[in-house]
Design a protein around this ligand. Structure first.
Ligand code: ATP
Ligand code: MG
Length: 231
């Protein structure tokens, strides 16, 4: 088993006794190479859940076991980011350097990889998301279309070569054609590398044909889990 989430609960309320839980006693498992669709209404806790998986949020209770290790106990965040890559719901929150090459190379540089390896990963990652390296490397990430920004954010995460790729609403705000293109690229990544993917979407019809399994969150609880046809 690649990922096991056990009795995971989270409250943003500093007063734990308030019982104001955003995630309530969540349990699920993910196998290597699985494509999981995570759906649920606005405010149901989807973004909070995936941020705990990436250690951006420390859960109030529970365990998140990846490759046999409880990541809630790991202090060195680089160890976690190498395993779990998260593309934020608002990708502009993930872009901060003056040019795209610098942005995509930030993660691998931080891992302490040598320059050649960093360059290789940046070129590779941009190729994977269909952005031409020569054309885009010197451009500002802030002067791109929404779809291009998302691609840069995805490239930055892929350059870390994670085992699990999590995408929080990657197609939000894209037109139907761009949505299909991006989804196809994500499916290609899974097929090529056997990547494990967790994809959040509001659109059941969008992930129904793609996902091996769907998880449904409702008010912080995992209320349904099964194959897309069952859900
Ligand atoms: P959406 O589909 O709109 O993105 P979501 O399912 O991702 O929604 P979350 O962002 O996880 O939902 O939010 C779950 C609940 O936690 C909501 O009630 C929200 O108001 C609350 N919440 C989210 N972030 C914070 C925060 N930083 N501080 C306090 N409460 C928060
Ligand atoms: Mg969200």
């Amino acid at each position: 088993m690649l990922l096991q989430v056990k009795n995971l609960s989270h409250t943003y309320d500093p007063d734990i006794k308030s019982n104001n839980y955003t995630l309530k006693d969540i349990n699920f498992e993910v196998q290597k190479g699985e494509f999981i669709g995570l759906i649920g209404h606005t405010g149901s806790g989807k973004s909070t859940l995936v941020q705990t998986l990436n250690a951006l949020i420390h859960p109030t209770k529970g365990e998140i076991i990846i490759d046999g290790q409880d990541i809630t106990k790991i202090k060195n965040l680089k160890e976690i980011r190498k395993k779990v890559g998260l593309v934020f719901q608002y990708p502009e929150h993930q872009l901060f350097e003056e040019n795209i090459a610098a942005d995509v190379s930030f993660g691998p540089k931080n891992l302490g990889l040598n320059e050649d390896e960093v360059d290789r990963r940046v070129k590779q990652a941009l190729e994977w998301v269909n952005l031409d390296y020569e054309e885009f490397k010197d451009r500002s990430p802030f002067r791109l279309s929404g779809g291009q920004q998302r691609r840069v954010a995805i490239a930055g995460v892929l350059a870390m070569e994670p085992e699990i790729l999590i995408l929080d609403e990657p197609t939000a705000g894209l037109d139907p054609k761009a949505r299909v293109e991006l989804i196809n690229e994500i499916v290609n990544l899974k097929d090529k590398f056997g990547l494990t993917i967790i994809l959040i979407s509001h659109r059941m019809e969008e992930i129904a044909q793609l996902a091996d399994r769907i998880l449904v969150l409702e008010s912080g609880k995992l209320v349904l889990e099964g194959s897309p046809s069952y859900v």
